[in-house]
Ligand binder design. Structure first.
Ligand SMILES: [Cu+2]
Length: 151
């Protein structure tokens, strides 16, 4: 084998390796699609509070949303809505209007943070996103955490 023969052998085996590499990458594509779907996920989240966390009153609640846009109540553009905080109650079924009372707080100006004052004790806080007419986007756009308000 001459040096040039060896080179061409090397190149052809590199080409073969590249081909195998391409096949392997092709096989991986469904995986990278799944990862892209996750990054496009929609939902709401508490930016500064953890499930099982402890706080003292008054405490700040920062409300986050992914895949939708915060807009003031009355805005009926698709993909928009506003936050609600539900204290010691569960999420609201899709399409149902969220009540306005002590346990259901509306952030109809498009607020993304608030301050809560709660007596010491155990609570659940549910963040619920709903449309411009306060109609719930359901459990998919809700998040519930437990917190303890300390003395
Ligand atoms: Cu509302």
């Amino acid at each position: 084998m001459t040096i040039s023969d060896f080179r061409s052998f090397l190149f052809s085996s590199m080409a073969a390796c590249t081909a195998i590499g391409i096949i392997a990458l092709t096989m991986l594509i469904p995986h990278s699609d799944a990862a892209a779907d996750e990054s496009r996920a929609t939902g709401v989240y508490f930016e500064n509070l953890k499930d099982g966390g402890k706080v003292r009153s008054p405490f700040k609640v920062i409300m986050g949303v992914e895949g939708m846009t915060v807009a003031p109540a009355g805005t009926m553009d698709e993909g928009t809505g506003h936050h609600h905080l539900i204290v010691n109650r569960t999420f609201i079924s899709p399409g149902q209007i969220i009540p306005a009372d002590k346990e259901h707080l509306h952030f109809g100006k498009g607020e993304t943070e608030t301050e809560l004052t709660l007596p010491p004790g155990q609570y659940t806080l549910t963040l619920q996103f709903a449309d411009g007419l306060h109609r719930s986007y359901g459990e998919d756009m809700a998040r519930t955490i437990r917190i303890e308000v300390e003395k």
